[in-house]
Design a protein around this ligand. Structure first.
Ligand SMILES: [Zn+2]
Length: 586
């Protein structure tokens, strides 16, 4: 008995030690708002979740409507700011959005997770507290709510549709949206149609009877592929040629916008869509936005512009910043690659993040969420890229293995017979809507957190102005030399080279003022040891720093003033806000 008692005491002591070591992060962290990230939210549920967060954290979070979609849904932005540490426009802001493409839904969940994570961990994790205190977050979880609703509520392929729901006459017959997909077998997914024929160009794969492979040139197969499920709804001899909407909301932005005959889906003119116009007006009325992140799917990419070769590579100093953030991103996001849109993906004219950088000078990324490399957490053996048929089949096989072994077969509809009004006896089967581009729910939370972490890293690297040193030297006759070392303590410059080159934002201001003080001269000092000041001609109390302050750099400004009492020196940046210090002249 005695012995047993001793053991119990020892166990209890060990238990206590472990509990103390855990500090604030409990096993069962007491979240104020419990949200699940092992599920997807349709648009009303997503908006309701943001409203719940707003109710629980009214001091930090405000949900606003910035406009209406084509079908009249509210476009919401969640604004996260701590008013106790300063006004919104006086802080660098991170703009985050998702789901501009209707079917690319998980960006909405990443946005919700980001808001939830910031609010729930404020006061618990120092870095989060610092970000919420110093930065502002503008989060538009769904740029295309009509597209999201259409994807959730209607039968679709994994790839349909990118569009919003502005009625569009895709086949120029004067009718709008009259011939889209039809869920012929009524299972909620738009799958493929195939037909057995004596002289076809496809055959059933010898390795897996569910997969189809194209026959090589000169060979004969026994199947033809007839595209996605559908019939000729309008009797014009074409199938699925004019579905709902039918444009690309991410080709409607002002930089390098090209008409439809150059860039498919561009819309009638830049910002012709109410959704893109609302977002553009919001961004342009918040010049404090210093970072942009847009979430798409899929492929595991961290993309930057340019979108087209003709735009030309971005200025060298900015590319250095992009490279640094992108390379850190590759570490935060295993299996994601940092890429340039036009040369590593495909040309995009009039894209959103190319506009926010090229047109507004803001460092901007698009993440393509979820990669097939994540199926088995490894890069599959390099397939021969020259052989299109072989690499197509090997990717299909990899997905099928994941379907069978990890998803218990839930991603694929087995081929089954169907009597088609035009094609006669066919078979329907293939990948379900929820396969391929959208992460399975068990992997969603990790996807949300890692992408959130990447975006918070970007947000943390937005300009952070500071005053490192102020010195006052009397020169006699109540004249003083005031020298101030201003700094930017993060890697993103206060003014990007793009913004400087095209005058996309006002310069930073180095300011000095004092009630009983006359400012005689002032200007930047390029070499603090040689000490030569370059006096500005007009208004020396407001020295304009045209190229701002580079990342992780200091900048010395000197003033000659006459008078007595205190002076206030300040640095006022559009992106990063204002810092100031008061010193006595003596
Ligand atoms: Zn997309």
């Amino acid at each position: 008995m005695r012995k047993l008692g001793k053991t119990v005491v020892l166990t209890l002591t060990l238990g206590l030690c472990a509990a103390t070591a855990l500090d604030a992060r409990d096993y069962d962290a007491p979240h104020r708002v419990r949200l699940s990230f092992d599920r997807y939210y349709n648009y009303p549920e997503l908006v309701a979740a943001f409203r719940t967060l707003e109710k629980a954290y009214p001091k930090f979070l405000r949900v606003e409507t910035i406009g209406k979609s084509v079908q009249g849904r509210d476009l919401i932005v969640a604004v996260i700011n701590n008013p106790a540490t300063g006004s919104e426009l006086g802080k660098a802001a991170m703009y985050i959005d998702g789901n501009i493409h209707g079917n690319e839904v998980q960006g909405g969940e990443v946005c919700l997770y980001t808001a939830w994570y910031l609010l729930e961990n404020y006061g618990k994790i120092n870095k989060v507290t610092e970000l919420v205190d110093d930065r502002v977050f503008y989060i538009v979880p769904v740029v295309n709510p009509d597209g999201r609703a259409w994807w959730f509520d209607e039968p679709n392929t994994p790839h349909s549709s990118r569009s919003g729901l502005k009625p569009t006459d895709n086949d120029n017959d004067g009718l709008y949206d009259e011939d889209g997909f039809d869920d012929l077998d009524g299972d909620g997914s738009i799958c493929q149609m195939r037909k057995k024929v004596p002289f076809g160009n496809w055959r059933v794969s010898s390795e897996d009877p569910r997969l189809m492979e194209r026959v090589a040139f000169g060979e004969v197969g026994d199947y033809i592929m007839l595209g996605y499920e559908g019939i000729d709804n309008d009797g014009d001899g074409m199938i699925n040629e004019d579905g709902p909407g039918g444009y690309d909301p991410n080709r409607n932005w002002p930089s390098d916008w090209q008409p439809n005959y150059v860039q498919y889906g561009a819309g009638d003119y830049p910002l012709s869509l109410p959704e893109s116009r609302a977002v553009a007006e919001f961004i342009m009325s918040h010049p404090n936005i210093a970072g942009v992140q847009s979430y798409h799917n899929s492929g595991g990419m961290i993309l930057r512009g340019p979108g087209a070769e003709s735009v030309g590579e971005y200025p060298h100093r900015d590319v250095r910043v992009y490279d640094r953030i992108g390379e850190i991103g590759e570490q935060i996001l295993p299996f994601y690659r940092y890429m340039v849109i036009y040369k590593d993906l495909y040309p995009v004219h009039g894209g959103f993040i190319t506009w926010t950088y090229e047109g507004l000078g803001i460092f901007s990324f698009t993440n393509e969420l979820w990669s097939s490399y994540e199926y088995f957490k490894k890069k599959p053996a390099e397939s021969n890229k020259q052989d299109w048929r072989a690499s197509f089949l090997s990717r299909q096989k990899e997905r099928m293995k994941f379907n069978d072994l990890v998803e218990m077969g839930d991603m694929f509809v087995d081929w089954h017979p169907y009597k088609h009004p035009t094609y006669g006896d066919i078979e329907i089967g293939g990948w379900k809507k929820w396969s391929a581009r959208v992460a399975p729910v068990f992997a969603l939370e990790e996807l949300c957190h890692r992408n959130c972490a990447f975006t918070l890293y970007h947000a943390d690297q937005m300009p952070k102005p500071a005053i490192h040193e102020v010195s006052v030297h009397p020169l006699g006759n109540r004249v003083y030399q005031v020298r101030v070392v201003f700094a930017n303590e993060r890697i993103i410059p206060t003014i990007s080279e793009q913004a400087q080159r095209y005058k996309l934002q006002r310069p930073d201001w180095a300011l000095i003022s004092g009630e009983k003080v006359k400012v005689l001269a002032g200007g930047p000092v390029d070499d603090r040891w040689l000490g030569k000041m370059k006096p500005v001609k007009h208004h020396p109390e407001k020295v304009r720093l045209l190229d701002g302050i580079q990342g992780m750099s200091e900048r010395l400004v000197e003033w000659i003033v006459q008078g007595h009492g205190d002076v206030t020196v300040a640095l006022d940046c559009v992106k990063g806000g204002r810092v100031e210090k008061r010193v006595a002249l003596r």
